[in-house]
Design a protein around this ligand. Structure first.
Ligand code: 5GP
Ligand code: ZN
Length: 106
């Protein structure tokens, strides 16, 4: 947690281009976009990955997806992809749960 890049972004210790924030979630532009729109939707609670989710996180995961839906609506995105990379083998480089919102080009 101490060295977590996304925790540092959440605490304002590393700058980011913020798209959305509430008490539980923050969303910001990916620093190295893989699509025209590439936003990361991140719970403020430090959870390492989908593998580390627990039943208590059920509502939070729903809110991540609904935040993505809301951001997409505000940005008038016709279509988009929502992606969780899980573990190194799954392409996860930052060990703090995050949902990628990508649209429209990879
Ligand atoms: P992962 O591969 O873990 O699913 O995705 C991590 C994402 O975080 C990558 O797309 C990468 O570009 C992005 N990223 C890594 N470091 C930073 C940072 O300091 N700021 C921002 N805004 N994005 C970052
Ligand atoms: Zn973290």
């Amino acid at each position: 947690m101490g060295d977590c890049i996304f925790c540092k972004i959440i605490f304002g210790e590393i700058p980011s281009v913020k798209i959305f924030e509430n008490d539980k979630i923050i969303a910001f532009n990916d620093i190295n976009p893989k699509a025209k729109v590439h936003i990361l939707i991140v719970p403020k609670k430090h959870i390492e990955s989908v593998k580390h989710l627990q039943a208590i996180d059920k509502e939070l995961v729903g809110e991540l997806i609904l935040s993505a839906q809301q951001i997409a609506k505000e940005k008038n995105l016709e279509g988009y992809k929502l992606l969780f990379n899980v573990g190194r083998e799954g392409g996860q480089l930052v060990d703090h749960l995050h949902l990628h919102l990508l649209s429209p080009e990879w």
